[in-house]
Ligand binder design. Structure first.
Ligand code: PLP
Length: 412
């Protein structure tokens, strides 16, 4: 295997010109293949971040390389002034493989959620005649960084200094049906105001917290009874990550609208908002995106979808996920004073550190980098494992070895 030659890349020069919105780990990645990436010094890492749950097929997958190269040589962007065959084919695949009927394409998770928020508001105004619609979201949720999706995000730390926020949002604790029912009852008196409930099937950024099945069944029933739209944010858990194609299938509860983005085109920017026919109330001119659904991104996504089926990746996600969780549970048994809990579905898993020790997720991630493994925190105390869906049994074992060595640094 070829390793990249060392470059003259300098982080201090980078930091002088790139706005400091990110706290970055001090490595520069320059090449990837499968579940492995290389930095500019030629060091290699096992990639259990996958561009934050995005590189579904890993790096340089031959099918994706072929599609993107061919599409780039043929036609990559034309705008939605015209019909785009690849966009139609991708929409057809998504509709055939989900509970949804119609798709709107954009370029990111935040934009997909923004579209869902607009659709829910228009439905509330035009179908239910609600003057001032409210969307309920969960505490510790994450829905994006645009002003509306930041407001939807139930985490004050992301909202600080960006007020005034967007009106029309209210928050409840996650997985607590009593609290949700009480809020809906109070907001809907004297007349209905609740337009939608927006939830992640599993909270990703909020600490890898799986949704409770009974809770989601109760929420579905409440929404159906009251005519409230149920929206699922599948930006992180959609496209097979939980072992089902959609997180809602893992829960056994269907939404009216759902969004997807991260893994959809395997790392080429794309987002999608998918709705059932009864609430797909957008008309020409209501919403738009210049780049949305362009030939390059939709051809790439279609290849990701077809490869998921062809390589039977959902089965791999379930098997490798079980293997990973079993190994992490063994690690927890070895370090019970450091590790409080291991949880997740398929290939989105979290390892929560004990609340009463000073050790942080970022420190564990740094130690893992030193052992040749890339991981990503999900909040201050949870280490997240989101490898490409093509990960092999041998690579899971290698990653477990590296995490185990990393934890070895924290015991005297
Ligand atoms: C990452 C994420 C988003 C935001 O996606 P961007 O592409 O960064 O805008 C929204 N919702 C969830 C659940 C996410 O994980």
């Amino acid at each position: 295997m070829v390793t990249a030659p060392p470059t003259s890349f300098r982080t201090d020069a980078f930091d002088q010109v790139v706005m400091t919105t990110y706290g970055r780990f001090p490595i520069a990645l320059v090449r990837g293949e499968g579940c492995r990436v290389w930095d500019d010094q030629g060091r290699s890492y096992l990639d259990f971040v996958a561009g934050i749950a995005t590189c579904t097929l890993g790096h340089a997958h031959p099918a994706l390389v072929e599609t993107v190269s061919r599409q780039m040589q043929t036609l990559h962007h034309v705008s939605n002034l015209y019909y785009i065959p690849q966009q139609g084919a991708l929409a057809q695949w998504l509709v055939a493989h989900s509970c949804g009927d119609r798709v709107f394409f954009c370029n990111s998770g935040a934009e997909a959620n923004e579209a869902a928020i607009k659709l829910a508001r228009k439905y509330a105004h035009t179908v239910r005649h609600i003057d001032s619609p409210i969307i309920i979201t969960a505490q510790a949720s994450f829905h994006g960084r645009t002003l509306a999706t930041l407001t939807a995000t139930g985490q004050p730390k992301y909202q600080q200094h960006f007020d005034p926020l967007v009106p029309g949002f209210a928050y409840v604790p996650y997985n607590d049906f009593g609290a949700l029912e009480a809020l809906v009852t109070s907001l809907d008196h004297p007349q209905p105001q609740v337009a939608a409930i927006l939830l992640e099937p599993l909270q990703g950024e909020g600490g890898v917290r799986p949704g409770d099945r009974t809770y989601f069944e109760q929420v579905r029933q409440l929404c159906t009874d009251k005519g409230i739209l149920l929206i699922f944010d599948e930006v992180q858990v959609g496209m097979g990550r939980t072992g089902s194609l959609w997180g809602y299938e893992t829960l056994g509860v269907e939404p009216d609208i759902f969004t997807t983005a991260k893994g959809l085109a395997g790392g080429i920017p794309i987002g999608a908002m998918i709705a059932k026919d009864f609430c797909a109330v957008f008309q020409p001119g209501d919403h738009a995106s210049t780049f949305g659904g362009n030939p390059l991104a939709t051809a790439a996504a279609l290849t990701v979808c077809e490869t998921l089926e062809k390589e039977n990746l959902l089965q791999n996600v379930r098997d490798r996920g079980q293997q990973l969780r079993a190994g992490l549970c063994q690690l927890q048994a070895a370090y019970p004073h450091l590790i409080a809990e291991v949880r997740g579905w398929g290939l989105i898993n979290g390892l929560e550190l004990h609340p009463d020790i000073p050790l942080t997720a970022a420190e564990v991630v740094k130690a893992a980098i030193g052992e040749g493994l890339l991981l990503v925190p999900a909040g201050p105390k949870v280490v997240r494992f989101v490898p490409p869906l093509i990960v092999s049994a041998a690579e899971i074992d290698m990653a477990l070895g590296a995490v185990s060595r990393a934890f070895g640094h924290f015991v005297a």
